[in-house]
Every structure is written in C-alpha cells, then in structure tokens.
Design a protein around this ligand. Structure first.
Ligand code: AMP
Ligand code: ZN
Ligand code: FE
Ligand code: FE
Length: 297
C-alpha cells in the first residue's frame, strides 16, 4: 500500500510521461491525499494538475524543480560548479521574474540539446559509420510541448536501436562526464533561492545525497534562504534517511520528500507514494510557504 504524501513528481510538461490529468488519476489510484508537482524548469502543468486534483479531492501543492549550480572549488583558477536541483513549493505561477527566468532556461535547454544530439551523432558515426543518426526534429517531437531534457534524447536513441535502455544511454552517452554530455549554463543556486522566495515559494533542496558532503553546503544555502530539504526520496535506504533527517534537524530545515515519479516510461521504479513523507512535514512546509508569502507581499 503506498504512503499518502508525494511531493516530488513530473508530468509531460517536462520529462515525465503522464499528462496532468493522468498524473492526478494515478495519484488517486495510489490513494494519495497530498500531491506536489515539481516539473523541471516549468510551471506549465500546474493549473491543470491543480484543477484535476481539486476534482478528485486530492490536496495539491504547486512546485517546480529548477536546475541550478553552485560554485565549488578551491581557487579562482579552478572554478568548478556542482549541479544542484532546487525545488520551489507554493510559487506564484504568474510571477514575472520567475516566469521570465524559466523561459530563458527553456531556451538554454534547447541549445544544449542541439549540442548533445550533435555529440551523440559523432559517437555513433565513429562506432558504426552511420551519419546523422539522430535528428533534432525527432527529439523535439518526443519532448512535445514540454521542457526538453536528456530523457527525451534517451528515448530517441533507444527507438533507433543505438541503446538498449535509459540506463544504457546515460552510461554510454549522456550521463555526467560521458562523451555526449553537455553541461548546462550556470544558473546560480543562491540567486534562484532568492527568486523562488520573491515568487512566494519555499526553496527546498532536492535529493541531497547527490552533492557529496553537506557540512559546508547546507549552512551556505540556509543563509541564502533555503527552508527545507528532501529526506524521504526515491529509493534512499533507512540509513540515508536517518542521516538526512538528523542534518535537517541540525540546520533547522523542513524535511520533505517524494518519489520523483516520472510516469511509467522514465524511471519506472519510482512509484507514487513510495516514500513515507509524514503529514507533519506537509504542515511545516505549508507554514513555511505562508511565512514567505507574507514577506513577499
Ligand atoms: P536534464 O534536465 O536534461 O539534465 O536531464 C535530467 C533528467 O535526466 C533527470 O531528471 C532524470 O529524469 C534523468 N536522469 C539523469 N541521470 C540519469 C541516469 N543516470 N539514469 C536515468 N535517468 C537519468
Ligand atoms: Zn526528470
Ligand atoms: Fe532532480
Ligand atoms: Fe525530479
């Protein structure tokens, strides 16, 4: 039996496979009482998902998952950036600066996708002699209206027979550090925390087990205005959850979480309600959103 709260999900407005109506129906079928939507760099699915959830009697928390990065590294001469996914809950989807920034991210995503397609084609040509194996128009077609991302390119590679699975694609082509991977333009985590707050949203750190040691990072982000971090995420085991929960307490951050559900075709192991996010965490998140909105007004 799934747990009743899931605060980290995607639709086909980004790289999930469910439409807003399908996501809400899947949430009902899983028995969810609270659903948070966190598409990558877009708020386009929020209105429709909210309406479907209202119809089905599911409490809905609007959100977004913004791809950002923070500067790490020792000296001016070795600038390197750590990619960080920042969640923003309760954002006002009509906030001009937020909408404009997300639109410019969408443009940057398209440019980056063109570069990754080109590199994939170079790898394929080198390995098989076949030229222009993947067409940009096919990848755009797969992405539909949504914010374009690597899973869309992965599908194109799989359907053309150049890879056997999503994992295979990331392992051989577009995972971080692989030959066809292209970094995203830097979008500063600290600046995005401010932007989310100004849009009345509560900034929360997504899947924090991916960023190495958190001892330095959490105080920096907390000072910048971070209010929460994910603790119950995807397949995190008990030891990880307990360690993150202690860190959240230590740094006075609201513990949140969710499955990172993308529908059946991307990350099929992530099912709605797979993580035991407590209702107290929803209450604390909503209080944080309320406080930030009062400040933004
Ligand atoms: P992008 O936003 O284009 O950088 O793509 C990021 C998305 O790709 C993530 O949200 C996941 O859905 C997916 N992804 C990233 N790394 C992997 C991986 N190693 N295996 C499968 N999917 C991945
Ligand atoms: Zn995704
Ligand atoms: Fe993420
Ligand atoms: Fe996600």
């Amino acid at each position: 039996m799934p747990f009743p709260v899931d605060l980290h999900t995607h639709t086909n407005a980004s790289d999930g496979s469910d439409s807003p109506a399908e996501l809400a129906a899947a949430a009902r079928d899983a028995g969810l009482s609270v659903l948070g939507l966190t598409d990558h760099d877009t708020v386009d699915a929020i209105a429709e998902t909210a309406e479907e959830c209202r119809r089905l009697g599911i409490a809905f928390i609007p959100g977004v998952e913004i791809s950002t990065s923070i500067r790490v590294g020792e000296s001016e001469n070795t600038p390197s950036r750590l990619p960080i996914h920042l969640l923003g809950y309760g954002i006002d989807t009509s906030n001009g600066p937020l909408v404009d920034t997300l639109a410019s991210h969408a443009r940057a995503r398209s440019v980056r996708m063109g570069q990754m397609i080109e590199r994939c084609n170079q790898v394929i040509e080198r390995d098989t002699g076949r030229r222009e194996a993947i067409s940009a128009s096919r990848v755009l077609d797969i992405a539909g209206k949504g914010s374009i991302g690597r899973p869309h390119l992965a599908k194109a590679l799989i359907e053309s027979g150049y890879a056997t699975s999503i994992d295979d694609v990331f392992e051989r082509y577009i995972g971080r550090g692989k030959p066809a991977y292209v970094k995203r333009a830097p979008v500063d985590t600290v600046e995005m925390i401010t932007l989310v707050r100004e849009a009345g949203g509560a900034p929360v750190l997504a899947h924090p087990d991916e960023y190495g040691t958190l001892d330095h990072l959490l105080p920096v982000l907390r000072r910048a205005g971070l209010v929460g971090m994910e603790v119950w995420y995807g397949e995190y085991d008990d030891a990880t959850v307990n360690r993150l929960l202690r860190l959240a307490e230590q740094h006075d951050l609201v513990p949140t979480g969710g499955s990172d559900y993308h529908g059946r075709s991307v990350k099929p192991s992530r099912t709605l309600g797979m993580t035991p996010v407590p209702l107290t965490s929803v209450v604390a998140l909503e209080a944080a959103i309320e406080a930030i909105r009062a400040e933004a007004r």
